[in-house]
Ligand binder design. Structure first.
Ligand code: ADP
Ligand code: MG
Ligand code: ZN
Length: 486
């Protein structure tokens, strides 16, 4: 137990691969490094052969500007590429081309919706660089060696660095989720953490609450899920506080996250910037971004995740959490919008319940994505209309949706082919009620003796006899009438 309160302080570095057609400085294709054959997308430039020269990919700059503009950064009219020198087997040139002193953009901001309310995070810088290759360490049959795949070497990368503005593991997770939604909205990449196209590195320190000076930071690598991120940060906060409380000192280092043991472990002590001998890249001219280009990028930004979220709250009266559930997934939000527009008579809560309930659970349980979904927004709106106008009841509607989901047929066609139309005919329903009451005379006696919950059982029996198609309101009223008639 700690005797004085500590404040965690966290800043994040996020690397985002950019899904351009070609690499950052050569014409090799950007391939999915999780399944392409190794070393099939490599040329003399990204393999670092002497005499080869880099040429900047304009589309990568465009993607970088989009993200920076969405984060409300100041876009730099001139930015400079630099060499960051170090040796590693996944880095054939012996240096990484990155931006150092003059990055693409600085001073942005993003507002998060956390369980504690709104939280403003300042973005320190956004810069362009290139990814490294990938090493696979093999330890098998008494042999131990490493394999190198250069498909990823030179893939365009964007690094987004925040100020140390975070004070909890939850804020960190929400930031990462919001950024993921953003890169998906902007078409920069799939945002899949487990594929490594978005990599999050939190820097964590703690300090006695109220103290200005920052504590010594530890950086966590290899976090490939939001869960790992939140747990890793929480673990590191606790570890540092306990260490200080027991008289120890936090060492500045880089740690990894051990998913099996749910602990961080030391990887290497942290090098300083001067170790890298940064200097301006002599093979690339300064990157110039015109005012016109900046304006075009800002103008062309789509509705952003947090903007859509606010609109759903304002326009549809959803809670912030419900709105974010929809808006954080681009296609889900678009789908919801389209259903609402196609079924003005259905009521917003109904649409929300069907989309996030029945439809999403069908999609999740069968692994169907919005691209493959056979139920169009208009199709779902059609089903909801059949329910709201009483042509089928709610329960039948669920079965019809499951059918639409598989067959892609319109709701109306399924209802008529299967004869599912709701029966509201009073004489017909009264006849069924009478039959059931005769069949369950004992239950009826119990009901009349005061055990009124028996009515639900009898309701179920009549509905079953009606093949699930009886109008539930009519049935309920008729059942009560006959039960209460002595
Ligand atoms: P480095 O050069 O080691 O990567 P930087 O100073 O550039 O370190 O910061 C990297 C990230 O770490 C930034 O997001 C920054 O906000 C955060 N950071 C810096 N110092 C601390 C600290 N003492 N505690 C927590 N986060 C920090
Ligand atoms: Mg760092
Ligand atoms: Zn290449």
């Amino acid at each position: 137990m700690s005797s004085i309160p500590y404040e965690p302080v966290i800043g994040l570095e996020v690397h985002v691969e950019m899904l351009t057609n070609s690499k950052m400085f050569c014409s090799c294709p950007v391939v999915d490094s999780t399944n392409a054959a190794p070393n099939t997308a490599v040329c003399p430039i990204c393999a670092g052969h002497p005499g080869s020269l880099p040429v900047l990919n304009g589309r990568a700059v465009e993607f970088g500007l989009r993200v920076a503009a969405a984060l409300q950064c100041e876009l730099a009219p001139i930015s400079i590429f630099a060499r960051k020198n170090y040796f590693y087997p996944d880095l054939p040139k012996g240096y990484q081309i990155t931006q150092y002193e003059q990055p693409l953009a600085v001073n942005g901001r993003i507002t998060l919706q956390t369980s504690q309310g709104e939280k403003l995070i300042h973005i320190r810088r956004v810069h362009l660089e290139e990814d490294t290759g990938k090493l696979t360490h093999v330890d098998a049959a008494g042999q131990s060696f490493s394999l190198v795949d250069l498909n990823r070497a030179g893939v365009p990368l964007l690094e987004i660095v925040t100020e140390p503005d975070f004070h909890s593991a939850e804020e960190v997770r929400v930031y990462a989720e919001t950024l993921q939604a953003l890169v998906r909205y902007l078409g920069v990449n799939s945002g899949d953490l487990e594929k490594g196209v978005m990599r999050i590195e939190p820097n964590i320190s703690v300090r006695p609450l109220g103290r200005e000076e920052l504590g010594t930071k530890v950086e966590i690598k290899n976090l490939n899920s939001f869960r790992a991120l939140e747990r890793g940060v929480a673990y590191e906060i606790t570890r540092q506080i306990e260490l200080i409380e027991s008289g120890g000192q936090v060492a500045q280092e880089t740690v990894g996250w051990d998913e099996n043991r749910q602990v961080t472990f030391s990887q290497r002590s942290k090098e300083d910037a001067h170790d890298y001998r940064y200097f301006p890249e002599p093979d690339l001219p300064p990157l110039l971004v015109s005012k016109r280009w900046m304006d075009d990028v800002r103008q062309a930004l789509p509705e952003l995740p947090w903007e859509r979220c606010s609109r759903f709250v304002a326009e549809y009266g959803l809670s912030a959490a419900e709105a974010w559930q929809l808006a954080s997934e681009k296609q889900l939000g678009e789908y919801f919008d389209a259903v609402v527009k196609a079924s003005p008579e259905s009521g917003l809560r109904t649409v929300y319940a069907w989309v996030t309930g029945e439809l999403l659970s069908l999609m999740n349980s069968s692994g169907v994505s919005f691209e493959d979904l056979k139920v169009t927004p208009t199709g779902l709106a059609g089903l909801l209309t059949l329910i709201s106008t009483g042509q089928i009841n709610q329960n039948t509607g669920k079965g019809v949706l499951a059918d639409m989901f598989l067959s892609g047929k319109p709701a109306g066609q399924i209802v008529s082919e299967k004869g599912l139309a709701q029966v509201s005919d009073l004489d017909f329903i009264a006849g069924l009620v009478a039959e059931i009451l005769a069949e369950y005379a004992g239950e009826v006696t119990n009901y009349r003796a005061g055990k009124i919950t028996v009515a639900n059982f009898l309701f179920g029996q009549v509905m079953r006899k009606a093949g699930g198609k009886a109008n539930p309101q009519v049935l309920r009223a008729e059942l009560e009438k006959q039960l209460n008639a002595s």
